[in-house]
Design a protein around this ligand. Structure first.
Ligand code: ADP
Ligand code: MG
Length: 252
């Protein structure tokens, strides 16, 4: 069924830190099930844009709409808290650093949010955790502590934790860039599997090969604007903008 509105709709996103304009009128839509890569030099605003999607880093102006509901609504404080907590349940986020709670087991890390935010029982949450850990190939580590896991395993737990909330959208911000090279592939494979299952994903990455093989569309950002976008086959092979060409010369 075709939808009237894009699944994710970012309209005229602007963000400034003092005099520094970090996002300059970004317009970006993502369809349900689409996998979008955001690439670009360091400091181009990729993380800021990603964090703006769940209003962790509020825009100076502009709108973020997810599945027809505006995420970054202006509301009285208590209403806003309620609204944003609701919206964030639909948006899974995975960062460069895993942000697992070190004093909690894998099971506790994964079950915490569903128990707290969805009010489901411990047994139900356990089932969810088992399901998601099996999905990332780590069921046998369910009672380990993060310190007993490799970086790749920690990142896979972080992904399972996000998935346990059954999000509509997954955001990845350089999820593999803090990992030793030999651990990158296991995390990429999990993301690939999610892509095959048509999870809607926005992936900030430095890995051009990964972006080319997994993503439907590539967005090249530089200096707070979208310089160029298109299917990987076009953006990587026949970029039209000089800035894209220069970036790809260094990174391909
Ligand atoms: P990227 O993820 O593409 O490397 P970022 O979104 O992290 O870029 O940063 C974009 C720009 O915004 C950079 O110039 C960065 O220094 C600046 N910036 C990011 N966060 C802040 C902040 N909290 N305060 C001031 N400047 C910031
Ligand atoms: Mg960044």
């Amino acid at each position: 069924m075709t939808e009237k509105h894009p699944f994710v709709d970012i309209r005229h996103a602007q963000k400034a830190y003092g005099d520094l304009e970090v996002l300059k009128d970004i317009n970006l839509t993502v369809e349900r099930g689409e996998i979008v890569a955001i690439i670009g030099p360091s400091g181009s605003g990729k993380s800021t844009l990603l964090r703006a999607i769940n209003d962790l880093d509020p825009l100076s102006s502009g709108e973020v709409i997810l599945d027809g509901t505006q995420v970054n609504k202006t509301l009285p404080h208590r209403q806003y808290e309620k609204h944003i907590n609701q919206m964030r349940q639909h948006i899974g986020m995975v960062f460069q650093h895993f942000n697992l709670f070190p004093h909690l087991t894998v099971r506790e890390n994964v079950t915490m949010a569903p128990k707290l935010l969805k009010g489901i029982s411990a047994a139900e949450a356990d089932k969810l955790a088992e399901e998601q850990l099996a999905h990332v190939g780590l069921l046998e580590r369910i009672d380990y502590y993060p310190s007993q896991l490799s970086g790749g395993q920690k990142q896979r737990v972080a992904i399972a934790r996000a998935l346990a909330m059954k999000p509509k959208l997954m955001l990845f911000d350089e999820a593999t860039s803090a990992l030793d090279p030999e651990l990158v592939e296991e995390v990429n494979l999990v993301m690939k599997k999610l892509a095959e299952e048509h999870m809607t994903m926005i992936i900030v990455t430095h890995e051009m090969d990964f972006a080319a093989s997994v993503c439907d569309r590539v967005i090249f950002m530089d200096g707070g604007v979208v310089v160029e976008e298109g299917p990987p086959s076009v953006v990587f092979k026949n970029p039209t903008q000089d800035r894209t060409k220069e970036f790809l010369r260094k990174h391909l």
